[in-house]
Design a protein around this ligand. Structure first.
Ligand code: UD1
Ligand code: UDP
Length: 364
Protein backbone atom coordinates (compact mmCIF):
# COMPACT_ATOMS: atom_id res chain seq x y z
CA UNK A 1 0.00 0.00 0.00
CA UNK A 2 1.07 3.55 -0.79
CA UNK A 3 0.62 6.53 1.55
CA UNK A 4 0.60 9.96 -0.13
CA UNK A 5 1.17 13.18 1.80
CA UNK A 6 -0.34 16.30 0.24
CA UNK A 7 1.68 19.38 1.18
CA UNK A 8 1.38 22.91 -0.09
CA UNK A 9 2.40 25.62 2.35
CA UNK A 10 5.21 26.40 4.79
CA UNK A 11 3.55 25.06 7.96
CA UNK A 12 2.58 21.81 6.18
CA UNK A 13 6.23 20.94 5.59
CA UNK A 14 7.08 21.38 9.28
CA UNK A 15 4.18 19.14 10.42
CA UNK A 16 4.77 16.42 7.84
CA UNK A 17 8.49 15.81 8.37
CA UNK A 18 8.10 13.75 11.58
CA UNK A 19 5.24 11.71 10.10
CA UNK A 20 7.25 10.94 6.96
CA UNK A 21 10.18 9.89 9.15
CA UNK A 22 7.94 7.74 11.36
CA UNK A 23 6.43 5.92 8.37
CA UNK A 24 9.88 5.44 6.81
CA UNK A 25 11.07 3.77 10.01
CA UNK A 26 8.18 1.29 9.71
CA UNK A 27 9.07 0.60 6.06
CA UNK A 28 5.78 1.95 4.71
CA UNK A 29 5.80 3.01 1.05
CA UNK A 30 5.07 6.72 0.75
CA UNK A 31 5.42 9.80 -1.40
CA UNK A 32 4.93 13.55 -1.14
CA UNK A 33 2.72 15.52 -3.51
CA UNK A 34 3.71 19.21 -3.41
CA UNK A 35 0.80 21.30 -4.63
CA UNK A 36 2.96 24.36 -5.25
CA UNK A 37 0.71 26.63 -3.15
CA UNK A 38 3.95 28.03 -1.75
CA UNK A 39 6.68 28.16 -4.36
CA UNK A 40 9.35 30.75 -3.46
CA UNK A 41 12.58 29.06 -2.38
CA UNK A 42 12.32 30.72 1.04
CA UNK A 43 8.74 29.50 1.50
CA UNK A 44 9.33 25.95 0.27
CA UNK A 45 12.76 24.56 -0.79
CA UNK A 46 14.51 25.74 2.35
CA UNK A 47 12.06 23.69 4.45
CA UNK A 48 12.67 20.50 2.47
CA UNK A 49 16.41 21.00 3.07
CA UNK A 50 16.18 22.02 6.75
CA UNK A 51 13.69 19.28 7.63
CA UNK A 52 15.29 16.50 5.56
CA UNK A 53 12.07 15.91 3.62
CA UNK A 54 12.40 13.66 0.55
CA UNK A 55 11.84 15.14 -2.92
CA UNK A 56 8.16 15.26 -3.87
CA UNK A 57 7.00 12.67 -6.41
CA UNK A 58 5.05 15.47 -8.11
CA UNK A 59 4.76 19.24 -7.91
CA UNK A 60 1.47 20.56 -9.22
CA UNK A 61 2.66 24.15 -9.44
CA UNK A 62 -0.76 25.63 -8.64
CA UNK A 63 0.68 28.90 -7.29
CA UNK A 64 -1.33 31.83 -5.97
CA UNK A 65 -4.82 33.11 -6.75
CA UNK A 66 -8.16 33.97 -5.21
CA UNK A 67 -9.59 31.27 -2.97
CA UNK A 68 -11.83 29.96 -5.75
CA UNK A 69 -9.14 29.99 -8.42
CA UNK A 70 -6.44 28.50 -6.24
CA UNK A 71 -8.80 25.81 -4.86
CA UNK A 72 -10.05 24.97 -8.35
CA UNK A 73 -6.49 24.48 -9.60
CA UNK A 74 -5.73 22.36 -6.54
CA UNK A 75 -8.82 20.19 -7.11
CA UNK A 76 -8.10 19.41 -10.75
CA UNK A 77 -4.39 18.86 -10.18
CA UNK A 78 -4.92 16.61 -7.17
CA UNK A 79 -7.65 14.55 -8.84
CA UNK A 80 -5.24 13.58 -11.63
CA UNK A 81 -2.48 12.73 -9.21
CA UNK A 82 -4.67 10.62 -6.91
CA UNK A 83 -6.10 8.73 -9.88
CA UNK A 84 -2.59 8.11 -11.18
CA UNK A 85 -1.07 6.89 -7.90
CA UNK A 86 -4.10 5.11 -6.38
CA UNK A 87 -2.92 5.57 -2.78
CA UNK A 88 -4.30 3.45 0.08
CA UNK A 89 -4.32 6.58 2.26
CA UNK A 90 -3.81 10.31 1.71
CA UNK A 91 -2.47 12.32 4.65
CA UNK A 92 -3.24 16.04 4.89
CA UNK A 93 -1.96 18.63 7.36
CA UNK A 94 -3.27 21.71 9.10
CA UNK A 95 -5.75 24.09 7.55
CA UNK A 96 -4.50 25.52 4.27
CA UNK A 97 -6.30 25.46 0.92
CA UNK A 98 -4.18 22.49 -0.22
CA UNK A 99 -5.51 20.54 2.78
CA UNK A 100 -9.13 21.31 1.94
CA UNK A 101 -8.73 20.48 -1.75
CA UNK A 102 -7.04 17.15 -1.07
CA UNK A 103 -9.81 16.11 1.34
CA UNK A 104 -12.55 16.99 -1.17
CA UNK A 105 -10.85 15.17 -4.03
CA UNK A 106 -10.30 12.03 -1.95
CA UNK A 107 -13.84 12.04 -0.54
CA UNK A 108 -15.26 12.05 -4.08
CA UNK A 109 -12.84 9.37 -5.29
CA UNK A 110 -13.49 7.22 -2.16
CA UNK A 111 -9.83 7.34 -1.20
CA UNK A 112 -9.35 7.18 2.60
CA UNK A 113 -7.76 10.18 4.31
CA UNK A 114 -6.02 11.14 7.52
CA UNK A 115 -5.92 14.68 8.93
CA UNK A 116 -2.95 15.70 11.06
CA UNK A 117 -3.84 18.56 13.45
CA UNK A 118 -7.56 17.77 13.57
CA UNK A 119 -10.07 19.49 15.81
CA UNK A 120 -8.48 22.92 16.25
CA UNK A 121 -11.20 25.59 16.29
CA UNK A 122 -11.07 29.38 16.51
CA UNK A 123 -14.89 29.46 16.07
CA UNK A 124 -14.25 32.38 13.70
CA UNK A 125 -15.55 31.51 10.25
CA UNK A 126 -14.20 34.78 8.87
CA UNK A 127 -10.84 32.99 8.90
CA UNK A 128 -10.37 30.96 5.71
CA UNK A 129 -8.48 28.40 7.80
CA UNK A 130 -11.50 27.77 10.05
CA UNK A 131 -13.63 26.87 7.04
CA UNK A 132 -10.89 24.53 5.86
CA UNK A 133 -10.62 22.89 9.30
CA UNK A 134 -14.35 22.22 9.67
CA UNK A 135 -14.71 20.71 6.19
CA UNK A 136 -11.50 18.69 6.46
CA UNK A 137 -12.46 17.14 9.79
CA UNK A 138 -15.98 16.33 8.59
CA UNK A 139 -14.58 14.31 5.69
CA UNK A 140 -11.48 12.65 7.20
CA UNK A 141 -11.36 8.93 8.01
CA UNK A 142 -8.54 9.20 10.57
CA UNK A 143 -8.12 12.30 12.71
CA UNK A 144 -4.93 13.08 14.62
CA UNK A 145 -5.35 15.64 17.40
CA UNK A 146 -2.55 17.70 18.93
CA UNK A 147 -4.32 18.77 22.13
CA UNK A 148 -7.15 17.47 24.34
CA UNK A 149 -9.69 20.21 23.61
CA UNK A 150 -9.72 19.08 19.97
CA UNK A 151 -11.45 15.88 21.08
CA UNK A 152 -14.48 17.72 22.44
CA UNK A 153 -14.68 20.01 19.42
CA UNK A 154 -14.80 16.97 17.14
CA UNK A 155 -17.33 15.16 19.35
CA UNK A 156 -19.55 18.25 19.32
CA UNK A 157 -19.50 18.20 15.51
CA UNK A 158 -20.58 14.56 15.45
CA UNK A 159 -17.24 13.02 14.47
CA UNK A 160 -17.06 9.36 15.54
CA UNK A 161 -14.56 9.24 18.45
CA UNK A 162 -13.24 5.91 17.15
CA UNK A 163 -11.66 7.83 14.24
CA UNK A 164 -9.86 10.29 16.52
CA UNK A 165 -6.40 9.78 18.05
CA UNK A 166 -4.71 12.18 20.47
CA UNK A 167 -1.09 11.87 19.39
CA UNK A 168 0.65 15.10 20.38
CA UNK A 169 2.08 17.75 18.12
CA UNK A 170 4.32 16.90 15.16
CA UNK A 171 5.26 20.59 14.80
CA UNK A 172 6.91 20.18 18.20
CA UNK A 173 8.65 16.97 16.99
CA UNK A 174 10.28 19.08 14.26
CA UNK A 175 11.29 21.66 16.83
CA UNK A 176 12.80 18.97 19.09
CA UNK A 177 14.74 17.61 16.11
CA UNK A 178 16.01 21.09 15.24
CA UNK A 179 17.02 22.09 18.79
CA UNK A 180 20.68 21.01 18.52
CA UNK A 181 20.99 23.13 15.36
CA UNK A 182 19.44 26.29 16.86
CA UNK A 183 22.13 28.89 17.33
CA UNK A 184 21.04 32.54 17.44
CA UNK A 185 24.55 33.98 16.95
CA UNK A 186 25.11 33.41 13.19
CA UNK A 187 21.68 34.67 12.15
CA UNK A 188 21.92 37.63 14.53
CA UNK A 189 25.28 38.50 13.03
CA UNK A 190 24.00 38.17 9.48
CA UNK A 191 21.05 40.43 10.27
CA UNK A 192 23.20 42.89 12.22
CA UNK A 193 21.37 42.53 15.55
CA UNK A 194 22.87 42.34 18.96
CA UNK A 195 21.54 42.67 22.48
CA UNK A 196 17.86 42.25 23.29
CA UNK A 197 15.44 42.12 20.41
CA UNK A 198 11.92 41.09 19.42
CA UNK A 199 10.84 39.05 16.37
CA UNK A 200 7.55 39.78 14.59
CA UNK A 201 5.77 37.71 11.93
CA UNK A 202 2.54 38.96 10.36
CA UNK A 203 0.51 37.44 7.55
CA UNK A 204 -3.14 36.86 8.55
CA UNK A 205 -5.50 38.34 5.93
CA UNK A 206 -7.50 40.07 8.71
CA UNK A 207 -4.33 41.92 9.73
CA UNK A 208 -2.58 42.65 6.45
CA UNK A 209 -5.10 42.78 3.60
CA UNK A 210 -7.13 45.80 4.68
CA UNK A 211 -5.24 49.14 4.59
CA UNK A 212 -6.87 50.43 7.80
CA UNK A 213 -6.12 47.23 9.75
CA UNK A 214 -2.58 47.20 8.36
CA UNK A 215 -1.98 50.79 9.48
CA UNK A 216 -3.24 50.05 12.99
CA UNK A 217 -1.04 46.99 13.21
CA UNK A 218 2.06 48.76 11.91
CA UNK A 219 1.56 51.59 14.41
CA UNK A 220 1.39 48.98 17.16
CA UNK A 221 4.62 47.31 15.96
CA UNK A 222 6.29 50.73 15.87
CA UNK A 223 5.17 51.09 19.49
CA UNK A 224 7.11 47.92 20.30
CA UNK A 225 10.12 49.14 18.30
CA UNK A 226 10.30 52.18 20.60
CA UNK A 227 11.07 49.73 23.43
CA UNK A 228 13.28 47.11 21.79
CA UNK A 229 14.72 46.50 18.30
CA UNK A 230 12.25 44.48 16.21
CA UNK A 231 13.18 42.09 13.38
CA UNK A 232 10.38 41.23 10.95
CA UNK A 233 10.94 38.24 8.63
CA UNK A 234 8.13 39.23 6.31
CA UNK A 235 5.77 36.69 4.71
CA UNK A 236 5.06 37.68 1.08
CA UNK A 237 1.36 38.14 1.81
CA UNK A 238 0.63 41.81 2.45
CA UNK A 239 4.26 42.84 2.09
CA UNK A 240 3.39 45.80 -0.08
CA UNK A 241 0.39 46.86 2.00
CA UNK A 242 2.42 46.73 5.21
CA UNK A 243 5.17 48.78 3.57
CA UNK A 244 2.58 51.35 2.50
CA UNK A 245 1.36 51.39 6.10
CA UNK A 246 4.88 52.29 7.27
CA UNK A 247 6.49 48.91 7.93
CA UNK A 248 9.86 49.89 6.47
CA UNK A 249 13.41 49.75 7.76
CA UNK A 250 14.07 52.24 10.56
CA UNK A 251 16.77 52.43 13.20
CA UNK A 252 14.88 50.04 15.52
CA UNK A 253 12.98 48.05 12.88
CA UNK A 254 14.52 45.58 10.46
CA UNK A 255 12.43 44.08 7.66
CA UNK A 256 13.94 40.94 6.11
CA UNK A 257 12.88 38.18 3.74
CA UNK A 258 11.21 35.11 5.23
CA UNK A 259 13.81 33.04 7.03
CA UNK A 260 14.52 29.34 6.64
CA UNK A 261 13.23 27.07 9.37
CA UNK A 262 16.47 26.70 11.34
CA UNK A 263 17.38 30.39 10.97
CA UNK A 264 13.92 31.51 12.06
CA UNK A 265 13.78 29.30 15.14
CA UNK A 266 17.34 30.27 16.03
CA UNK A 267 16.30 33.92 15.93
CA UNK A 268 13.20 33.17 18.03
CA UNK A 269 15.21 31.19 20.54
CA UNK A 270 17.42 34.22 21.19
CA UNK A 271 14.53 36.72 21.26
CA UNK A 272 13.20 38.51 24.35
CA UNK A 273 9.74 38.67 22.78
CA UNK A 274 7.79 37.39 19.77
CA UNK A 275 4.87 39.24 18.18
CA UNK A 276 2.89 37.13 15.73
CA UNK A 277 -0.36 36.21 14.08
CA UNK A 278 0.94 32.79 13.03
CA UNK A 279 -0.59 29.56 14.27
CA UNK A 280 2.56 27.50 14.49
CA UNK A 281 4.68 30.23 16.09
CA UNK A 282 2.30 30.30 19.10
CA UNK A 283 3.19 26.64 19.67
CA UNK A 284 6.92 26.97 19.05
CA UNK A 285 7.29 29.89 21.49
CA UNK A 286 5.35 27.85 24.06
CA UNK A 287 7.91 25.08 23.77
CA UNK A 288 10.90 27.44 23.73
CA UNK A 289 9.56 29.47 26.68
CA UNK A 290 9.78 32.76 24.78
CA UNK A 291 7.00 35.29 25.58
CA UNK A 292 4.58 35.51 22.65
CA UNK A 293 1.99 38.20 21.93
CA UNK A 294 -0.52 37.07 19.32
CA UNK A 295 -2.26 39.91 17.53
CA UNK A 296 -5.59 38.20 16.95
CA UNK A 297 -9.05 38.31 18.55
CA UNK A 298 -9.02 34.52 19.08
CA UNK A 299 -6.82 31.46 18.81
CA UNK A 300 -7.51 27.89 17.73
CA UNK A 301 -4.58 26.99 20.00
CA UNK A 302 -5.79 28.06 23.49
CA UNK A 303 -3.44 25.54 25.10
CA UNK A 304 -0.58 27.91 24.22
CA UNK A 305 -2.23 30.45 26.51
CA UNK A 306 -3.13 28.06 29.36
CA UNK A 307 0.10 26.01 29.26
CA UNK A 308 2.46 28.30 27.40
CA UNK A 309 3.78 31.80 27.03
CA UNK A 310 1.13 33.07 24.62
CA UNK A 311 -1.16 36.08 25.19
CA UNK A 312 -3.80 37.44 22.82
CA UNK A 313 -3.53 41.17 22.19
CA UNK A 314 -5.19 43.83 20.05
CA UNK A 315 -3.07 46.30 18.09
CA UNK A 316 -4.09 48.93 20.65
CA UNK A 317 -2.93 46.82 23.60
CA UNK A 318 0.26 45.49 21.95
CA UNK A 319 2.78 48.16 23.05
CA UNK A 320 1.76 47.96 26.74
CA UNK A 321 1.65 44.16 26.62
CA UNK A 322 5.15 44.19 25.10
CA UNK A 323 6.42 46.43 27.85
CA UNK A 324 5.00 44.07 30.48
CA UNK A 325 6.36 40.94 28.76
CA UNK A 326 9.81 42.52 28.39
CA UNK A 327 9.70 43.40 32.09
CA UNK A 328 8.66 39.91 33.18
CA UNK A 329 11.32 38.12 31.15
CA UNK A 330 10.89 34.66 29.63
CA UNK A 331 8.66 32.30 31.56
CA UNK A 332 6.46 29.32 30.92
CA UNK A 333 3.68 30.06 33.42
CA UNK A 334 2.60 26.49 34.13
CA UNK A 335 6.18 25.20 33.98
CA UNK A 336 5.09 22.28 31.84
CA UNK A 337 4.36 21.68 28.18
CA UNK A 338 0.98 20.55 26.87
CA UNK A 339 0.42 16.78 27.16
CA UNK A 340 2.26 14.68 24.55
CA UNK A 341 4.23 17.63 23.15
CA UNK A 342 7.24 15.42 23.66
CA UNK A 343 8.78 14.97 20.22
CA UNK A 344 7.16 11.57 19.62
CA UNK A 345 3.96 12.54 17.76
CA UNK A 346 5.35 11.40 14.39
CA UNK A 347 6.04 7.83 15.55
CA UNK A 348 2.60 7.68 17.24
CA UNK A 349 0.88 8.76 14.04
CA UNK A 350 2.95 6.28 12.03
CA UNK A 351 1.95 3.40 14.32
CA UNK A 352 -1.74 4.24 14.04
CA UNK A 353 -1.44 4.41 10.25
CA UNK A 354 0.45 1.11 10.14
CA UNK A 355 -2.26 -0.63 12.20
CA UNK A 356 -4.98 0.99 10.11
CA UNK A 357 -3.38 -0.20 6.85
CA UNK A 358 -2.93 -3.71 8.26
CA UNK A 359 -6.35 -4.17 9.81
CA UNK A 360 -9.13 -3.85 7.37
CA UNK A 361 -8.98 -0.70 5.45
CA UNK A 362 -7.30 -1.53 2.16
CA UNK A 363 -9.51 -0.83 -0.84
CA UNK A 364 -10.30 -3.96 -2.86
C1 UD1 B 1 -1.43 30.25 3.51
C2 UD1 B 1 -2.56 29.65 4.32
C3 UD1 B 1 -2.45 30.12 5.76
C4 UD1 B 1 -1.09 29.85 6.32
C5 UD1 B 1 -0.02 30.40 5.43
C6 UD1 B 1 1.31 29.94 5.94
C7 UD1 B 1 -4.65 29.29 3.04
C8 UD1 B 1 -6.04 29.76 2.86
N1 UD1 B 1 -3.87 30.08 3.81
O1 UD1 B 1 -1.61 31.65 3.52
O2 UD1 B 1 -3.41 29.42 6.55
O3 UD1 B 1 -0.99 30.45 7.59
O4 UD1 B 1 -0.19 29.91 4.09
O5 UD1 B 1 2.37 30.70 5.49
O6 UD1 B 1 -4.29 28.26 2.53
N2 UD1 B 1 3.17 34.27 -2.13
C9 UD1 B 1 4.43 34.45 -2.65
N3 UD1 B 1 5.26 33.36 -2.69
C10 UD1 B 1 4.90 32.13 -2.26
C11 UD1 B 1 3.61 31.96 -1.76
C12 UD1 B 1 2.76 33.04 -1.70
O7 UD1 B 1 4.80 35.53 -3.04
O8 UD1 B 1 5.73 31.20 -2.33
C13 UD1 B 1 2.27 35.45 -2.04
C14 UD1 B 1 1.37 35.63 -3.24
O9 UD1 B 1 1.24 36.99 -3.47
C15 UD1 B 1 0.03 35.09 -2.75
C16 UD1 B 1 0.06 35.41 -1.27
O10 UD1 B 1 1.43 35.31 -0.90
O11 UD1 B 1 -1.03 35.66 -3.41
C17 UD1 B 1 -0.77 34.48 -0.44
O12 UD1 B 1 -0.38 33.11 -0.64
P1 UD1 B 1 -1.43 31.92 -0.32
O13 UD1 B 1 -0.74 30.62 -0.38
O14 UD1 B 1 -2.66 32.10 -1.11
O15 UD1 B 1 -1.85 32.19 1.17
P2 UD1 B 1 -0.97 32.58 2.43
O16 UD1 B 1 -1.33 33.96 2.86
O17 UD1 B 1 0.45 32.24 2.20
N1 UDP C 1 8.69 30.13 9.87
C1 UDP C 1 9.92 30.14 9.23
N2 UDP C 1 10.41 31.33 8.75
C2 UDP C 1 9.74 32.49 8.89
C3 UDP C 1 8.49 32.48 9.56
C4 UDP C 1 7.98 31.27 10.02
O1 UDP C 1 10.57 29.11 9.10
O2 UDP C 1 10.25 33.53 8.44
C5 UDP C 1 8.15 28.83 10.33
C6 UDP C 1 7.75 28.78 11.78
O3 UDP C 1 8.84 28.44 12.61
C7 UDP C 1 6.69 27.68 11.77
C8 UDP C 1 6.04 27.86 10.42
O4 UDP C 1 6.95 28.59 9.62
O5 UDP C 1 7.30 26.41 11.84
C9 UDP C 1 4.74 28.60 10.58
O6 UDP C 1 4.26 29.00 9.35
P1 UDP C 1 3.30 30.25 9.15
O7 UDP C 1 3.42 31.20 10.28
O8 UDP C 1 3.57 30.75 7.79
O9 UDP C 1 1.87 29.55 9.11
P2 UDP C 1 0.73 29.27 10.19
O10 UDP C 1 1.33 28.45 11.27
O11 UDP C 1 0.23 30.59 10.64
O12 UDP C 1 -0.31 28.56 9.42
Amino acid sequence: PLVLHVLGARPNFVKAAPVVRGLAELGIRQGIIHTGQHYDALMSDVFFADLGLPEPVANLGVGSGTHARQTAALLTGLEDVVLEHRPALVVVYGDVNSTLAAILVCAKLHVPTAHVEAGLRSFDRDMPEEVNRVVTDALSDLLFATSPEALSHLANEGVDPAKVHLVGNPMIDSLFAALPKLDPAPVQERLGIDGRYAVATLHRPANVDDPEAARELVDAVLGVAEQVPVVVPLHPRGRQRLAEAGLVDRPNLKIVDPLGYVDFLSLVRGAALVVTDSGGVQEETTMLGVPCLTVRPNTERPITVTHGTNRLVTPASLPAAASKALGDGAATPSGELPPLWDGAAGPRIARVIEAWLRDDNLSP
